[in-house]
Design a protein around this ligand. Structure first.
Ligand code: ATP
Length: 363
């Protein structure tokens, strides 16, 4: 059977285990020899025990676990050709020429580069007698299928990234908890949620928790935001509301690109309204814990589709990223999605927020 390996790379997210499980089982079901690569690209470069054959039961009882049981890492070595050469050797030694990468745009970019270089890496391994002529011929094509694990929902081409829904659940649970204590003491709470470049979590959490205000990177606040915010909060209290909730995404900014931090918002509220104001930074709580049903199913569906894409691949098949589009699992050209995702970041850096939102293509 075909040699296929799965690994998780970059930041972890809930639902990655469901995806790994699905890849392993679908791979075995379709007759492939499936491997785990532990610790992302680092395990691929280091080889040894990091690359281990998986069997049906090695992925039992993981679907409900958060994070990724096969580990994830950032890896400087893989950014160098030398590291990728080692990685290629480790894969060839085990007959692996199909990769399922679960990660963010960085991880997918690395996979694409690896595929582009594959032929020249093999030539170098042959020249230095690390591999045989037969191996050079047998393993000449590398196939890649990616899927996006990220709580931020920051990737172009998919409606939802794996982990976003669970993170939202966690945020909403935290806000509900805060609301009850805020109510008792008539407090204002500022909740900082993850999202450096993408305000999806903040925005949707604000809608679902009937927050009074939200600050996100894609919609920088106007010059008179202090006045508007204070007016709003004041009105809410006057109309009998005992508390206020304000959600701030990590990457929130004003029109000049200056950060709008939870601390800054707190100062504004305290200075202008003298409300008893507290900050809660949710941090990594958002990334931990068990995945929601949605993320489990999403991981399962994406994993199965990724394996099918690899099994059906011909020498001409380009790397794909498996995405959710209108609740359908689809295969999209990997680099096109990565380019669009990077273009969003660039548009935001250029303060062209309308373009950023348009490029992201989500309503
Ligand atoms: P997250 O969204 O959580 O940050 P990510 O996949 O974008 O996930 P990165 O840290 O950018 O996270 O990338 C993960 C790893 O992928 C890197 O540590 C590196 O090993 C590899 N990688 C990223 N970019 C490249 C690249 N241009 N060339 C080769 N490898 C890369």
């Amino acid at each position: 059977g075909k040699g296929l390996a799965v690994f998780t790379s970059g930041g972890d997210s809930q639902g990655m285990n469901a995806a790994v499980r699905s890849v392993v089982r679908m791979g075995i079901y379709l007759g492939a020899k499936v491997y785990f690569i532990r610790e992302g690209y680092q395990g691929m470069v280091d080889g040894g025990d990091n690359i281990e054959e998986a069997n049906w039961s090695s992925v039992s009882s993981i679907i409900h676990k958060g994070g990724t049981i096969i580990g994830s890492a950032r890896c400087m070595d893989f950014k160098q050709r030398e590291g990728r050469l080692k990685a290629a050797f480790n894969l060839i030694s085990r007959g692996i020429t199909n990769l399922v990468v679960i990660g963010g745009d960085g991880s997918l970019t690395g996979a694409n580069l690896f595929r582009q270089e594959w032929s020249s890496l093999l030539d170098e391994l042959l020249k230095t007698n690390k591999i045989t002529k037969d191996q050079r011929e047998k393993y000449k094509y590398l196939h890649i299928a990616g899927m996006v694990g990220s709580i931020d929902n920051d990737f172009c081409g998919t409606d939802m990234t794996i982990g976003t829904d669970s993170a939202l659940h966690r945020i909403i649970e935290a806000i509900d908890a805060i609301v009850s204590t805020a109510y008792s003491h008539q407090r204002t709470f500022i909740m900082e949620v993850m999202g450096r470049h993408c305000g999806y979590l903040a925005l949707v959490a604000a809608l679902a928790s009937e927050a009074d205000a939200v600050f996100i990177p894609e919609d920088p606040v106007p010059y008179n935001w202090v006045e508007k915010l204070c007016k709003r909060l004041h009105q809410e209290r006057k109309s009998g509301q005992r508390l206020n909730i304000i959600i701030v995404a990590e990457g929130a900014i004003d029109r000049e690109g200056k950060p709008i931090t939870a601390e800054l918002v707190k100062k504004v509220v305290v200075d202008n309204l003298q409300q008893d104001t507290r900050i809660t930074v949710l941090g990594h709580v958002q990334r931990g814990g068990s995945p929601s049903a949605f993320d489990r199913i999403l991981g399962c569906r994406m994993g199965a589709e990724a394996v099918m894409a690899l099994m059906e691949a011909t020498p001409e098949t380009e790397p794909c990223v498996v995405s959710l589009d209108g609740n359908q699992a689809v295969r999209l050209p990997l680099m096109e999605c990565v380019r669009r995702t990077k273009a969003v970041s660039q548009a935001m850096a250029d303060k062209n927020w309308d373009l950023a939102v348009q490029l992201r293509g989500r309503s």
